[in-house]
Design a protein around this ligand. Sequence first.
Ligand code: PMP
Length: 433
Amino acid sequence: YLDRQSGFESNARSYPRRIPIAIRRANGIFVEDMDGRQYMDCLAGAGALALGHHHPVIVEAIRRTLAEGIPFQTLDLTTPVKDLFVEELFASLPKAFASQARIQFCGPTGADAIEAAIKLAKTATGRRSVLAFHGAYHGMTHGALALTGEIAPKLHISGLMSDVHFLPFPYVYRCPFMLGGEIGWRASLAYIERLLDDSNSGITPPAAMILEAVQGEGGVIPAPDEWLREIRRMTKERGIPLIIDEVQTGVGRTGCMYAFEHAGIQPDILVLSKAIGGGLPLSVVMYHKDLDHWQPGAHAGTFRGNQLAMATGTATLQYVKSHRLELHAHEMGIRLMGILQNIQKNKPQIGDIRGRGLMIGIEIVNPVAAPDALGIYPPNRQLAVRIQMECLKRGLIVELGGRQGSVVRLLPPLIVTSEQIDQIGTIFSEAIR
Ligand code: PMP
């Protein structure tokens, strides 16, 4: 994967590039490499493994599916497995949303559900433009990529959906035209509202606005609750359907079952994947019934009837609910944030620590370079990569993200214990030292 003569580094087999281990088996929060070394997995399938690896209820759901001869795939045919999954999924959502919602099963990836959400909004409104946010990540298919708020992944792909307008996300730590803190995100709202009402802005009435309540790949950036409430007000007043992408945040990760609940708002369209499949591929779009102008077959996909994923998804939803794992995630998140903030006190390389529940980002900076006008040091991807590798050496797998790749991301499974949280903190502390 690395052509040494030309220096060309292919994306093929991208993980071996930086994480030079092969995983033989896994259990709970741990994975084990070919040499029998154990690592704490704070990537957890990029958030897909809410219950960690091989949780007994997941293993049991798979065993039962096999033992009872339940078909793996049924497309749109109804089955008791699907019925139960739909019931649990609706029960996991706020009543005000669930009672008005319809569900569309999608191809198994988050990106496919994003495509469906955009198509749905366009069909329902008859409009074509979409509002998205700087730093957003919605997937890698053509439509989802067009909504990605970063240039690099789009650079060589021509013909992407062009009618996308990018708005400023409240990234208050490092947003050049915001002044930080409360005033900063209020500035973003004022700007967005003005843009929406400016007939010269080039923004025609949009088919939808799409956002993540906590940007994940973009560097773990939680939107303030009041910001979300104001965005909800603005979109509602102007008849713009609001799509909330909870592919990464859904099912307890941020301390609530769904991240939009922190703000007490509701989306018009909700996109879910990752954790709802219990580690197996599954994605859905849920939407207000008033938007249901779809003709049969308007969105299809061979693997949208994945019974095995619905069985493991049901097991996950039931376990999260019965063990109040969203509250556990909230508590464990506070514990980990506290440990990290202590480490930050004498490590100027840690610029910012932010997150919600068990979705935490540590922005690594270069404190010997010149700070910007607001006193913020430039991002330091090189050091972030070194910290990632030092964590790996000590048995901790973390991922990087953020617009400059300088944010260390921690996404431990929701079943992580307080002892394990302390251990993660200790390893991170040693790694950065
Ligand atoms: N939306 C968000 C918020 C995501 O984090 C991701 C994946 N990281 C996606 C969409 C795309 O999901 P998938 O990789 O399954 O296509």
